[in-house]
Design a protein around this ligand. Structure first.
Ligand code: SF4
Ligand code: SF4
Length: 411
């Protein structure tokens, strides 16, 4: 079987000319952009603009300069370009810096809900029918521009998970509630991914996010553009570049097992930089143990969820009572009480939607003592040298001497 090809190119910062050069080199290594996008094709470009709105320097969204670097190359092939995500408000394009790109390059920005969603059949493990954004359905070619980040529930969010944004928000909340186990939820994500089939993925790994991602972690310089026609393989290479074994990430495992891509490094040809030369050795993982749940038999998963998975805790001093967590919560566990958010532990299924929705760092993820102990054991079992070092060092001692791998503005 032919190996999947993934291009790995260094990109130190978001300076447009340099970054455009790095993206172009990645595409050249893969045989050129024309290999993936026919001339004049109608292209939908899925960026990650995770609502509510965030400025690019927080490391939550696909950086607008990264998008511009790619889009300026795409414009040479086709004028029919729509860039979009499903957003609570159009301000995400302004705050995220996309409005300026749209004006400069003449590309259309679309909040996916403006054109609505279409019910389609999928041959999923869990989903048999799903609503997908019309703009995605109507495109000739889909291009994926995800962000390299950790995720408190799924451990990693990148290429495959980026397509959770092409279904309606309400359905996203519902599916989180119906499938709280990470292993099962990852099947839902892969079901959606199987209905989209991007032709090309170009991942923004210039500055990623470590720690409690996807919205409350710390921006971390990884210094990479990671690109390929196989989104699963792009994820696997990105995970490996930050020290996560691809087999630990359920979306990659499921997609690989279902033949939707190659998630095993042995089946991937890395072009450009060698993985070993760019690997970030001390990339911090989320404190949650969502990825642990799938390792238990169903009978003890509930117990394990209670004791080994992190739980959301409201930091009252930071809460501004904006209500974003309440709207995101699929079970009604998050509520506003006495002018602050409050979480009912009896109703909480630990889906982490509230943590993802809060832009004020007011939802912390905490492990019980047993969970902390298990984390240490897990780190040892997986030979996760980085994480073990951090446990011993109490979160200190991060190597700041080299680049890639230099931490950015710690909040
Ligand atoms: S916890 Fe965060 S999202 Fe929830 S109300 Fe407070 S500030 Fe808003
Ligand atoms: S409180 Fe947060 S983690 Fe708990 S169910 Fe609601 S959104 Fe999910």
């Amino acid at each position: 079987m032919a190996k999947a090809q993934v291009a790995l190119v260094r990109a130190e910062d978001y300076e447009l000319t340099r970054l455009k050069g790095a993206v172009e080199r990645a595409l050249d290594l893969l045989g050129g952009l024309e290999r993936f996008v026919p001339k004049g094709a109608k292209v939908f470009v899925k960026v990650n603009l995770l609502p509510p709105p965030s400025p690019p320097e927080r490391g939550i969204i696909t950086h607008p300069v990264f998008a511009e670097a790619f889009l300026s190359l795409l414009k040479e092939i086709t004028p029919h370009i729509v860039v979009g995500d499903d957003l609570h408000e159009g301000r995400s394009f302004d705050i995220g810096g996309y409005r300026d790109i749209s004006r400069r390059l003449g590309v259309e920005l679309l909040n996916l809900r403006e054109q609505g969603f279409e019910e389609v059949e999928v041959e999923g493990v869990i989903l048999k029918r799903i609503y997908i954004a019309r703009a995605v359905r109507e495109a000739d070619v889909i291009v994926n521009l995800p962000k390299l980040k950790t995720h408190a529930l799924t451990l990693f969010t990148g290429a495959v998970k980026n397509f959770y944004g092409v279904i309606p928000t309400g359905l996203r909340t519902q599916l989180h509630g119906e499938h709280p186990k990470p292993e099962e939820f990852a099947q839902v994500l892969v079901d959606i991914f199987s209905a989209v089939k991007p032709a090309l993925t170009v991942m923004d790994g210039v500055v990623g996010m470590e720690g409690p991602g996807p919205a409350n972690g710390t921006p971390r310089r990884v210094g990479l553009v990671i690109a390929g026609g196989d989104a699963v393989a792009v994820d696997a290479v990105a995970q490996s570049a930050v020290g996560i074994a691809p087999s630990r990430v359920w979306t990659t495992r499921h997609a690989h097992a279902r033949g939707l891509g190659i998630g095993d490094l042995a089946g991937i040809e890395v072009l450009g930089e060698a993985l070993a030369a760019v690997r970030v050795e001390d990339f911090r993982l989320p404190p949650a143990s969502g990825d642990l749940m799938g390792r238990f038999p169903p009978g003890i998963t509930r117990w394990a969820t209670r004791h080994l998975q992190a739980r959301p805790v409201v930091v009252r001093g930071r809460c501004v009572a904006c209500g974003a967590c309440v709207r995101a919560c699929p079970t009604g566990a998050a509520r506003l009480r006495d002018g602050k958010a409050w979480i009912d532990p009896r109703k909480c299924i630990r889906c982490m939607c509230c943590h993802e929705a809060c832009r004020y760092g007011a939802i912390d993820l905490r492990l019980d003592p047993l969970g902390r102990l298990f984390r240490v054991a897990e780190a040892w079992a997986f030979r996760d040298r980085t994480h073990r070092t951090r446990q011993r060092a109490g979160g200190k001692g991060q190597d700041t001497s080299s680049n890639p791998g230099r931490p950015l503005d710690k909040r």
